[in-house]
Design a protein around this ligand. Sequence first.
Ligand SMILES: Cc1ncc(COP(=O)(O)O)c(C=O)c1O
Length: 356
Amino acid sequence: MTTSKNWTNHAISKIAADFQRSADTHLIKLELPSISGIDIYLKDESTHPTGSLKHRLARSLFLYSICNGWVGPETTIIESSSGSTAVSEAYFARLLNLPFIAVVPKRTAAKKIEQIEFYGGKAHFVEHSDQIYAESKRLAKELNGHYMDQFTYAEKATDWRGNNNIANSIFEQMAMEEHKIPSWIVMSAGTGGTSATIGRFIRYQQHNTQLCVVDPENSVFHQFYQTGDTAITSNVGSKIEGIGRPRVEPSFIPGVIDEMRSIPDAASIATIHWLKNIIGRKVGASTGTNLYGALQLASEMKTKGQRGSIVTLLCDSGERYLDTYYNSEWIKQNIGNLEGYPKKLQEFEVSGLLTA
Ligand SMILES: Cc1ncc(COP(=O)(O)O)c(C=O)c1O
């Protein structure tokens, strides 16, 4: 069945007008005197209307599916998600008057479920994060709907050459800084779509920037990067919501990555609490993973006597996670002892060096 051209034009116009009404996100420079000469920036993706970097992806996925003729005026949209993408897709589904169902793991932050429902979407729960794919496919078949499948299409749907993608925006916003071309951009991977966009853009623009991808515990991306084995799986889900996957996602593109690092979950959590004292705001745990990687790189640059800039992403706000990452009882039960990371971060603030 082909979708009517009228509806397609109407849907694209609605998304375009919504984009026209939107502003870009801020690039925040951290004040860290102990690493003078090395500047760290956070691209604050929490300020999108739906609160995370996934607003960009949701817009791209809707445009891609509509232009491919996969979505029409009656199509139920189904998505597998750890929550953030689903919140953003629920927003665009509402904009187009389409029913939306998110297939999410049971442990997803309650605040995200509330937001999905606020935008008129429904949450459909599965026990473990590795069950979201099959259940989404099954539901799409049963309801004759469309499975958006961010894990397959994230890297395809985003226009990596430019068109105001996140990489384009970062380089434009750096234009008047002391070190305009970052030495490093640091990003974690959920679908791998954002790191693919950034890595491709760096190469296409021939920038002298390296891409470092940071991975949390229980994720297979780092091991895949080292071994090339696409069949690796993990039966324990990532505890850092939004990033780290139990299988190698099709949108994860290793060839654009210059370096990968594993970041302990305790370091990610300690970093978000440390950052609160630097910027006065709470952020999500994936931002902690990103920033801890950036601080490691800054410390190494300092040791080598290098100067330059490092950009990483503030993926979403901590207000979504008050009952988990900002609840000391939850941290004790799920992450355990933060193993001295708060102390390492305090020392970094004084010396600019992060001990291993
Ligand atoms: C909070 C958060 N941070 C980071 C990411 C990773 O982004 P990507 O899917 O582009 O790899 C996600 C993805 O869901 C996320 O929800």
